[in-house]
Design a protein around this ligand. Structure first.
Ligand code: ZN
Length: 262
């Protein structure tokens, strides 16, 4: 099986103790490439350094995660977007992200208006620099699809990471040239809505991701997730779709290489 992990937060401190061993395990499991999306400005430099040491097996997206926004001073937003544009223009990343919308809660003090503004600024960079976008959309599919439709199709498309929308929305998102990525929850028996969506995605739009250290597959519940568990996601997704796991692995890897330019 040859797999491409399109979403793994390898720069997070959960991996500080055994990052090299983890990548060795990933390669032994057939995961030849890992794309690491950024969380926010404070992580960009460390992430770029990590990718540089990755020997061609790692790449990154640079962006501002919606859950990170409440921790950032709004006075820095314009400066952060300018710096992001400079780093992306210098060719240090293969994608813009992760960015998106995550329904704000009373506890995190988030503002949807600010989230939309920062998302649109990042979509603007993706359009101008012709880079794919890595989208995080959680508990606000309707709002997000409206923002993306209003913005218009991006020249290099993108991916809805850990897709949690309905099967019905797959068509609408597809018209925007977006891909759909699946992770741990697709392996859970009770994830009916995700299963339906996973069956509705066209084969050439399907991607795999670990989302490590979060969202481990069913066989590793409660554990820290890692890319070496990705074959379990591939097998569950293939079984759901009535496809051969090896073929699904090869096709999702091809899709990822095409989207991210490998
Ligand atoms: Zn993420």
């Amino acid at each position: 099986m040859e797999l491409f992990d399109t979403h793994c937060h390898l720069d997070r401190p959960e991996f500080d103790a055994d990052r090299d061993a983890l990548l060795t395990r990933a390669r032994a499991a057939g995961v030849g490439h890992v794309l690491v999306p950024a969380i926010g400005p404070a992580w960009w430099d460390g992430l770029l350094a990590l990718v540089e040491q990755g020997g061609g097996h790692l790449s990154c997206g640079l962006g501002i995660h919606p859950q990170e926004i409440p921790t950032l001073d709004p006075a820095d937003d314009d400066r952060s977007i300018r710096r992001l544009g400079d780093l992306l223009e210098a060719g240090h990343a293969v994608a813009v992200g992760e960015c998106g919308l995550d329904a704000p809660t009373a506890e995190n003090g988030g503002s949807m208006e600010r989230q939309v503004r920062l998302l649109e600024a990042q979509l603007g960079l993706a359009r101008d620099l012709e880079l794919p976008v890595i989208l995080h959309v959680f508990r606000c599919q309707g709002e997000a699809v409206r923002v993306l439709e209003r913005f218009g199709k991006l020249p290099a498309g993108g991916v809805l990471h850990s897709y949690s929308g309905s099967a019905e929305l797959v068509k609408r998102w597809s018209r925007l040239d977006l891909h759909f990525s699946f992770t741990g929850p697709v392996t859970f028996e009770r994830s009916r809505r995700i299963h339906e969506a996973a069956r509705a995605v066209p084969a050439d739009r399907l991607l795999l991701e670990s989302d490590a250290p979060d969202q481990p597959p069913a066989g590793h519940r409660g554990e820290r997730n890692e890319p070496a568990f990705l074959p379990e996601v591939a097998r569950a997704l293939a079984a759901l779709r009535g496809e051969d796991a090896e073929e699904l692995a090869a096709r999702t890897t091809l899709n990822a290489r095409r989207l991210f330019g490998y």
